[in-house]
Design a protein around this ligand. Structure first.
Ligand code: PEP
Ligand code: MN
Length: 364
């Protein structure tokens, strides 16, 4: 699949709009809720109506979706509003039922895309349905290869109308997000597969209403191809993900406020300025890399000394002091503490590795 230029820009072909704007409830709950929500979502930029029919829940006993009785409601949505229905499939049974009800847009959820067995089964059930669109959410865990693997399985089943959805990642640490964005992972995906549309799902990243706009705007600034936002006629009464769903009115307001940036601009002033900033960043990056290499050279010397004295590699007291110092630095310099800590955790891990393997590295 790598560097395959065959991907159709289905976004253009299907005339679903750019940026692609998907909205709808977390779950289809009743015919009335589905149709009422869909009708209120028309009249703006929304062209695709999402709704979970089968819901993957972390714990048993929660609402698990109304199941296939919702499929005729979605057909009605298409007929009454023209919005294209979009649902999650996780098993061959879901695929079979969705296709039987003329649902042409399907997504693979984050828990499914983390499981190659499940993706393979779904891929086999999709085999040969060339005209449908399948969008693959990033797996819950921050693993780019697993995400690419899931996309590849669907591609090999003959589905070329592919897209991916960035919905954030589960991380062990407490963060302000329900699922941490980790922008580097989707951006690496985009770099490797520039022709596969990339959509943001700020609802599942935020887990709450008040950050949806900012995450969506950030994604559009990074040239994502669209947004998918959860919207419900009565968000507070939603049977799932109530805290992150917005009313159709709020949804329209968010969409109206989002600025779509031009991918390029010809004006000389803009070009000169951006080139200057980029050159500056390249210089700073070179310095950062040089300094990191220098730090690791010193670390290998520490390793040598510790080996000679038979002292343990990990010195928790020293490490705590470094973390305290860099956290304070972050506070004083308008940097997020989490960002600095994650950089330093990575530096520390590499330092331990370099100390342990320093002798071998120097010999090689
Ligand atoms: C959803 O979009 O409703 C959903 C369950 O999302 P995710 O797979 O990203 O958790
Ligand atoms: Mn949801």
């Amino acid at each position: 699949m790598k560097n395959n230029r065959k991907f159709r820009r289905w976004l253009d072909d299907m005339k679903l709009g750019h940026p692609l704007t998907i909205a709808g409830p977390c779950s289809a709950e009743s015919r009335v809720q589905v149709l009422e929500t869909a009708k209120k979502l028309t009249g703006g930029r929304v062209t695709v109506f999402r709704a979970g029919v089968w819901k993957p829940r972390t714990k048993p006993g929660n609402f698990e979706g109304v199941g296939e009785i919702a499929l005729p409601w979605l057909r009605e949505v298409k007929k009454e509003t023209g919005l294209e229905p979009f649902i999650e499939v996780a098993t061959p049974y879901h695929v079979e039922k969705a296709l039987a009800h003329d649902i042409r847009m399907l997504w693979i959820g984050a828990r499914t895309s983390a499981n190659p067995f499940a993706v393979q089964e779904v891929a086999e059930a999709l085999q040969g349905n060339r005209d449908i669109i399948v969008m693959i959410k990033n797996p819950v865990n921050p693993d780019l290869s697993l995400w690419i693997g899931a996309v590849e399985r669907i591609y090999r089943a003959g589905i070329e109308n592919l897209g991916v959805i960035h919905r954030g990642f589960s991380v062990y640490q407490q963060t302000p997000y329900r699922n941490k964005p980790k922008w580097q992972i989707p951006l690496n995906f985009k770099r490797q597969f520039p022709d596969i549309p990339l959509i943001i799902d700020p609802s599942h990243i935020c887990g709450r209403r008040d950050c949806i706009f900012d995450i969506a705007q950030m994604a559009l600034d990074l040239q994502y191809d669209g947004v998918m936002i959860e919207s419900h006629v009565r968000p507070d009464e939603a049977w799932s993900d109530a805290k992150q769903q917005v009313s159709p009115e709020t949804l329209h307001d968010i969409i109206r406020r989002l600025m779509v940036r031009k991918p390029e601009a010809e004006e000389d002033i803009y070009r000169n300025k951006i080139n200057a900033f980029r050159r500056h960043i390249d210089i700073i990056d070179d310095q950062l890399l040089e300094l990191l290499a220098e730090r690791m050279r010193v670390v290998r010397n520490i390793g040598k000394l510790k080996r000679a004295q038979n002292i343990s590699l990990l010195q928790p007291g020293r490490w705590n002091k470094i973390i305290e110092k860099v956290t304070q630095f972050a506070k004083d310099h308008q940097l997020s503490e989490e960002f600095i800590r994650s950089i330093y955790t990575a530096i520390h891990e590499e330092s331990l590795w370099q100390q342990k393997n320093g002798k071998k590295i120097e010999e090689d």
